[in-house]
Write a protein that binds this ligand. Sequence first.
Ligand code: GLU
Length: 305
Amino acid sequence: MSRGRFAPSPTGTLHIGNLRTALAAWLFARSSKGEFLLRFEDLDTATARREHEDGQRRDLERLGLDWDGEPVRQSERMDRYEDALTDLSTAGLTYRCWCSRREIREAVSAPHLPPGHYPGTCRDLTATQIAERETSGKPPAVRLRTEQPSVTIVDRLHGEHTEIVDDVVLRRGDGTPAYNLVVVVDDDAQRVEQVVRADDLLSSTPRHAHLADMLGIPRPTWAHVPLVLAADGDRLAKRHGAVTLDDRLAVGDTPGRVVAALARSLGFEVPDDETTPADLLDRFAADQIALTPWTLTPEETDAPW
Ligand code: GLU
């Protein structure tokens, strides 16, 4: 029995890739008779909207996916994130950072870190340098102080994955707790044992494992499901055609046909035109999940499945 979750950002309509990840996460949890939770990751206040939450819930329900309890919203859980930040700060594991994105881009990268990783500019500032920055009035971000450990996680689908963990942002300059922190805090607070999500987050997962270790909380297991791509190799987007559930229904699909297509793309054999998530439960086996992205041709995005 393994408790799982789906954690969409309510910033728009779920597309086929999101729905496919939701189906996979649901199957992992429900096939083990585990609970399944829905969590809205709505901390990006510039784009997160309540009406998107309603639309996302409706689309999941129309496909036959259910969840336990009321969905939680991250915007209502700020105290927990601050508590975690305080724990890390008390342990001497954080520091303030005044760098702008441009400064980070332009800084010569530390040779031991992969490109794009924070070079550590604000890590060991003197008291005078800190005072100078404080007088600038610019609110600092808070970063994790790491020894840049190489962290290995084991993914159910991809096996071992190792990355160097750099000094990630834990709280942005505008005061918003960062995704990399909140995902760890929430999965622990909600006692999520099994994280199933899209594989664009695989490379961030060693950070999550490291943060869990630093906070003294258990690591969940992870399964990163390949993305759905368009024929041009990009992630699926509106411009690629009928990519939301409403779009699919408008070109003549039914929810059952959409579930059948999603299930086939995940590696299931589905003999019928239509199916339901519940019908797939008996046949679910994690090791059958296809490890390559599902690439949709223009014909597939525009015609019924
Ligand atoms: N909110 C993230 C997204 O919509 C998912 C994060 C996660 O599952 O950990 O991409």
